[in-house]
Design a protein around this ligand. Structure first.
Ligand SMILES: NC(=O)c1ccc[n+]([C@@H]2O[C@H](COP(=O)([O-])OP(=O)(O)OC[C@H]3O[C@@H](n4cnc5c(N)ncnc54)[C@H](O)[C@@H]3O)[C@@H](O)[C@H]2O)c1
Length: 247
């Protein structure tokens, strides 16, 4: 029997790479979805060298038409998707509200929230018919606390939590589970690049557990939500943040 199939959007990113590799170790064949062609190709090569099955799909998740082609092609090839992890996202643009261009606001919402909606929509029919499946969406500590300059990002990440609860209720009668993971400060290139070394040290050591998260910390949370160990969890928000934020 073919392995189970996991689809990871943003799979070539900092947290994404760790998630792809963790799910592969758990026995999934992994479809990596990302707009970063070079990072995606390199990751697939690495996974194959390690004898895992992985495919890379270069997609701009802002574009609904590309998302449709993506899922048509994955279902065409594998006839199933067992786990969808919506990780693509990020702050992307940070401005005071008076200077936030609408085009950039839309981009933040589109990548973080609209793409999550469209990818969930694309797998829902297949998962309902299979009467099984797991969806994991990604929020952030800023989806709970807010953050000056991040009105778009924090709005999108807060919306993902409520979206996930609603979808969990819709999908529960079909045995499909939908949960949110919320990383806190996590050491990825994208995030570290916006801080000086000194600032990063200060931020990391001010965390209750005394360090920033590693992508592997988040990957363990995703793997837990993807597996049968969390079989009785749906609609939940799992914080993996060293105690940075509660609730
Ligand atoms: N790193 C952190 O501290 C942190 C904290 C809280 C939440 N998060 C969330 O975790 C997720 C992953 O974050 P990360 O730090 O790994 O970021 P990252 O930038 O390293 O990875 C994001 C990936 O998404 C891809 N992507 C972005 N826009 C895309 C698009 N339009 N189409 C296709 N792919 C696209 C990028 O190419 C990249 O590979 C994000 O949703 C982020 O908001 C991260």
């Amino acid at each position: 029997m073919a392995n189970k199939i996991a689809v990871v959007t943003g799979g070539a990113g900092g947290i994404g790479k760790a998630v792809v590799s963790r799910l592969a170790r758990a026995g999934f064949d992994v479809c990596i979805v990302d707009q970063n062609d070079k990072a995606g190709q390199e990751l697939v090569e690495l996974m194959r060298q390690q004898k895992y099955n992985a495919e890379f799909y270069r997609v701009d998740l802002k574009r609904a038409a590309e998302i449709k082609i993506l899922f048509d092609s994955i279902y065409g090839k594998f006839q199933r998707i067992d786990v969808l992890v919506n990780l693509a996202g990020g702050t992307l643009h940070k401005h005071p509200i008076t200077e936030f261009p609408l085009s950039e606001w839309r981009e933040v919402i589109d990548v973080n929230l609209k793409a999550t909606f469209l990818c969930c929509q694309a797998v829902s029919k297949g998962m309902r018919e299979a009467k099984s499946g797991v969806i994991i969406n990604t929020s952030s500590n800023f989806g709970i606390t807010g953050s000056a300059g991040r009105t778009a990002y924090s709005a999108a990440k807060a919306a993902i939590i409520a979206f996930t609860k609603s979808l969990a209720l819709e999908m529960a009668p079909y045995g499909v589970r939908v949960n949110t993971i919320a990383p806190g400060l996590t050491a990825t290139e994208r995030v570290m690049a916006v801080h000086s070394d000194e600032e990063w040290r200060r931020l990391s050591t001010s965390m209750p557990l005394g360090r920033a998260g590693q992508p592997s910390d988040i990957a363990e949370g995703v793997n837990f939500l993807a597996g049968d160990e969390s079989a009785f969890m749906t609609g939940q928000l799992l914080h993996v943040n060293g105690g940075m934020v509660f609730n």
